[in-house]
Design a protein around this ligand. Structure first.
Ligand SMILES: C[S@@+](CC[C@H](N)C(=O)[O-])C[C@H]1O[C@@H](n2cnc3c(N)ncnc32)[C@H](O)[C@@H]1O
Length: 336
């Protein structure tokens, strides 16, 4: 029996960093943005990207083998997915998050063992105590971070626009909104709604520029505030997307209690995250995101839908449900 065992799965996981780094570097170099303009052969593509001849062909063909590029008659082109999500010129560009994964997360994960031993973050705050506000002191870093949030919040935001019964509500606020990816998608799909993006004051110009690009300024506005110090907006629906996992369990409970206080009767709170499955054995992305919260935050972690429902009930919400949104993302809805 043991003779039939193969190490293929172990090897594929162990050397996953080769494929991750190959894809992230392709995004960094703009491979997909160049190929979105026109298909081209290896020599043309190499020249456009300014690569040395030695490994350019292996690089392009590795991307073909990884199903990130296609090659026909020696000409390379994007796949349908990489064309839509990895071309910088397209609105669906997801690469902001991948750019951040390449330049920040990848090096920070080299200290993963230390993080497991110490329980301490391994990002820029290492040895110090950087907060969101510290990060936002550097306006360019803030802009890159906020834009990187948009790409990955769009697919769950579109799913939430379709699945949640928005016709029963008139207003929402997205708490910790970043650039405003979620309120924009909900407002586009539901013209009767008004929306607030709530976030720290420095975020305002980036949010407003993004909302203006959709012509939604009359229905989607920014409200600056600190959710630990200020009351939350009084609207019908409060959304927390990828926010609770940044904070420790007491802080999560406190934010949900504040949401309960701000909402009217029958108002709804929606938490959406890459939830860990209740059995804690299936959603690899949710579990790895939780480990990423170890790298990035002082007390954050991802959680299961059952845990989140329990915190909602502790905060006073009577009725809770969990629904799938997109990919690894789920929402937990609580009704007051
Ligand atoms: C991980 S991002 C999530 C962004 C967005 N909701 C999404 O899902 O893409 C966390 C957001 O919370 C905001 N934030 C952090 N601390 C905050 C605070 N004390 N008050 C208000 N917003 C805060 C950050 O500025 C950031 O936009």
């Amino acid at each position: 029996m043991a003779n039939d065992l193969m190490p293929d799965h172990i090897m594929a996981v162990a050397f996953g960093f080769w494929s991750a780094k190959t894809l992230l570097t392709a995004v960094e170099l703009g491979v997909f943005t160049e190929l979105a303009k026109e298909p081209m052969d290896a020599e043309e593509l190499r020249n456009r990207l300014g690569l040395h001849p030695r490994s350019a062909r292996d690089f392009f063909d590795a991307l073909v083998a990884m199903r990130m590029l296609e090659r026909q008659n020696d000409r390379y082109s994007n796949t349908a997915e990489t064309d839509l999500f990895l071309d910088k010129a397209k609105p669906g560009y997801l690469g902001g998050l991948l750019e951040m994964a390449n330049v920040r997360m990848y090096p920070h994960w080299c200290s993963f063992t230390e993080a497991l031993h110490t329980g301490l973050p391994q990002n820029e705050s290492k040895g110090g105590g950087a907060t969101f506000a510290d990060m936002y002191a550097d306006r360019e870093r803030m802009r890159i971070f906020l834009k990187s949030m948009t790409g990955h919040s769009i697919p769950p935001a579109k799913a939430m626009a379709a699945k949640f019964p928005w016709r029963d509500y008139r207003s929402l606020a997205d708490i910790g909104t970043a650039e405003g990816g979620l309120p924009v998608q909900i407002a586009l799909a539901h013209p009767h709604l008004t929306a607030i993006g709530f976030d720290l004051a420095p975020v305002a110009p980036v949010f407003e520029e993004y909302v203006d690009s959709f012509g939604l300024r009359d229905r989607v506005r920014f409200q600056s505030g600190d959710f630990f110090k200020d009351p939350l907006p009084r609207v019908d629906v409060l959304v927390f997307g990828h926010v609770l996992h940044n904070w420790n369990i007491q802080e999560r409970g406190m934010l949900l209690a504040k949401a309960y206080e701000a909402l009217p009767n029958k108002g709804a709170v929606i938490v959406y995250e890459a939830l860990i499955d209740n059995e804690r054995r299936e959603n690899v992305f949710g579990l790895l995101m939780s480990l990423h919260m170890l790298i990035e935050t002082k007390g954050g972690a991802n959680f299961t839908g059952a845990e989140c429902s329990e915190w909602m009930r502790e905060a006073g919400f009577s009725d809770t449900r969990i629904e799938h949104l997109a990919g690894p993302e789920y929402m937990v809805v609580g009704i007051k």
